[in-house]
Ligand binder design. Structure first.
Ligand code: 3PG
Length: 306
């Protein structure tokens, strides 16, 4: 019997926590819960006796890994695992996994909802624009990108996507036009939605070179990661062009500057909300619990990322 810590600074829905706990206890393991914590020291303390940890965007750095005396596995209940220090984990022989696809629909609905909200000028009374007939460009065509394309097509948008090593035929079967580059997307699509991970390669990749290509009334939608967008360049462009809008699932690093100058052309929730639905919480949390049980009990390491 092992202890599995569910550590969420931004908690899952109550129903999801109950279902995740049931999966763990039915498999003969024990659940330890740490929610709404405010300090890394609390996570380090909680992880001491755990064999496994389930987290969301919680930072699992070398201090946390090293505090886990019994730690064997960390599962990020979600897609992006840039919050896990993979080198520190590997050095301590701790397996890291994610749960790809489990919260993808929630993130796509959030991205599209925020996009629609801003296209309609935040329902402020001013005339907005319709999405039908407009071009939606998707950068990164994975699980979230695919859902985004489906919703866009449902709204009558023309959908383009770019993916590294893309299967052009698969995109065409989805009714999506394969784009040849990031530039191709930015040049032709009024709405550009980002669905790429944060890696050394993608940091700041959405820069002035691309942003300035946006057609009139261009909107950038970022539910990917904060650091893929070069905020200095975006601020500059929004200053030069009053038709550009930015929606994001993250509070910008340069929040004050954006708000001071462009309050009506930017939208972001106070907390990252993309995956914050009961369904996504249940799907990702249960997938994480099952992956941990399979690993602890049978050594199965599907979805390992280190
Ligand atoms: C993900 O990478 O899965 C999403 O960004 C969701 O993150 P969250 O679990 O912190 O809401």
């Amino acid at each position: 019997m092992s202890t599995i810590l569910l550590a969420t600074e931004k908690p899952f829905a109550k129903d999801a926590v109950e279902k995740i706990s049931k999966v763990i206890t039915n498999a003969g393991h024990t659940v330890q819960l740490l929610e709404n914590y405010t300090d890394k020291a609390q996570l380090c303390e909680a992880v001491k006796d755990a064999a496994a940890v389930i987290v969301r965007s919680d930072i699992v750095d070398a201090d946390v890994i090293n505090a886990g005396n019994q730690l064997k596995i960390v599962v990020r209940a979600g897609a992006g695992y840039d919050n896990l220090d993979l080198n520190a984990a590997t050095a301590k022989n701790v397996v890291c996994m994610n749960t790809p696809g489990q919260n993808a629909n929630a993130v796509a609905e959030c991205a599209f909802g925020m996009m629609l909200y801003m296209a309609r000028k935040q329902f402020s009374g001013s005339s907005g624009t319709e999405l039908r007939g407009k071009k939606l460009g998707i950068i990164g065509y994975g699980n979230i990108g695919r859902y985004m394309a489906q919703i866009g097509r449902g709204f009558g948008m023309e959908v383009f996507a770019y993916k590294r090593n893309m299967d052009r035929l698969a995109l065409q079967i989805d009714g999506v036009t394969p784009a040849s580059s990031f530039e191709d997307i930015f040049e032709h699509c009024e709405y550009v939605s980002l669905h790429i991970p944060s890696t050394a390669e993608t940091k700041g990749v959405i820069n002035m070179h691309l942003l300035k290509l946006l057609p009139k009334n261009g909107m950038l939608v970022n539910t990917a990661r904060l650091d893929v967008v070069n905020e200095t360049d975006l601020l500059q462009l929004m200053g030069e062009r009053n038709d550009i809008t930015y929606v994001s699932d993250f509070v910008p690093k340069m929040e004050a500057a954006f708000n001071e100058k462009f309050a009506k052309r930017i939208f972001y929730p106070a907390k990252k909300m993309g995956a914050q639905t009961e369904e996504a919480n249940v799907n990702a949390g249960i997938a994480a619990a099952k992956q941990i049980i399979d690993f602890l009990d049978k050594g199965i390491d599907t979805f390992r990322v280190n």
